[in-house]
Write a protein that binds this ligand. Structure first.
Ligand code: ADP
Length: 304
């Protein structure tokens, strides 16, 4: 029985249909990714799941509770990491956890018994009494994640949890999220980082224009949608090269700026050919979730 079920969900603002008949089901204990370019409708969907805005149509059930009618009850068992850190800068790390726990009606004794474990989880034990203003961006994100766990929720909503972090900090957050799913928690994650989704998510949907346009396990999607090898070819003359050679060497190809993406089952012949010339640079790599994402959503910029 899924922990979250969404059926035929819809929301419009004026003439803009932002979510258009979205269906999804999230099973207990999985990390579920909600991906999509800017303006796809991800944040609007998350807000409806949290009961913060009301859908025009469709149904949401979380823990078998209808949202938004019974959102308050469900929220007791949900942790939220918002896109922007909203820690209280006037308080210390420990005080932020304490105050947040009180919102859930937890006793100070219970909150205080949870704080050491959460600080350890977030690798912030040595910062327990530090003011928020003294923390790095990575520390603030880890604290926001720890804070979302104060009510020991079964379900976590994470809205771009690693945006703005350096690679080291991102790896620490990933490790923490994996620990949570191993503990049986269910995670709904929105992210623009395809590597993050590929590593963490058991299932995902790619949304665009308010609809799910692809769904599945990341590895299955890559295997089903993309040729196994990708050769990226760079250089000013790549357009001319493509006219002459791309259809011979590539099963499918795309050009963005000065880069050609050549999708193929076997890049060996192409690599041998490219070695013979010294104008173009190239790199061969396995296909990945970003290739799937770009195949479905296109390469043009979204400024929404
Ligand atoms: P995403 O999170 O995928 O970037 P959003 O759900 O934030 O997408 O937004 C989807 C679309 O809905 C965007 O075009 C955005 O401008 C529009 N939108 C979101 N909230 C509002 C609002 N309160 N009023 C009008 N338009 C909105």
């Amino acid at each position: 029985m899924p922990i979250v079920t969404v059926s035929r969900l819809a929301k419009h603002y004026g003439a803009a249909h932002v979510v258009r008949g979205l269906d999804l089901a999230i099973e207990r204990g999985v990390c579920f990714g909600l991906l999509g370019p800017n303006g796809a409708g991800k944040t609007t969907t998350l807000k409806m799941l949290l009961g913060l805005i009301e859908p025009d149509a469709g149904e949401i059930r979380i823990f078998d509770t209808a949202i938004p009618q019974l959102a308050r009850n469900a929220r007791q068992n949900i942790g939220v990491v918002p896109q922007m850190d909203n820690l209280d800068p006037d308080f210390t790390v420990t005080e932020n956890l304490l105050i947040y726990g009180r919102y859930f009606g937890l006793s100070d004794a219970l909150i205080n018994s949870r704080i050491p474990g959460l600080l350890e989880f977030a690798a912030l034990t040595s910062k327990a009494d530090s003011k928020i203003t003294t923390l790095s961006g990575g520390m603030k994100r880890r604290l926001t994640l720890a804070r979302a766990l104060i009510n020991d929720p079964e379900l976590l909503f994470l809205d771009e949890p690693t945006t703005g972090l350096d690679p080291q900090a991102r790896h620490v957050i990933w490790q923490g999220l994996r620990r949570l799913t191993h503990q049986g928690k269910t995670i709904l994650l929105t992210t623009h980082f395809m590597e993050e989704a590929e590593r963490l998510c058991d299932r995902l949907i790619i949304m665009d224009h308010g609809r799910a346009i692809a769904s599945g396990n990341p590895r299955d999607l890559i295997a089903a949608e993309i040729e196994p090898a990708v050769v990226e070819i760079y250089g000013e003359t790549v357009g001319r090269w493509a006219q002459k050679h791309a259809s011979y060497y590539c099963k499918r190809h795309e050009i963005t700026g000065e880069t050609l993406f050549c999708y193929t089952h076997d890049g060996a012949a192409l690599i041998a050919h490219l070695r013979e010339q010294d104008v173009l640079r190239y790199v061969q790599r396995p296909s990945n979730l970003e290739d799937v994402f770009l195949k479905f959503t296109g390469r043009e910029l979204r400024d929404a």
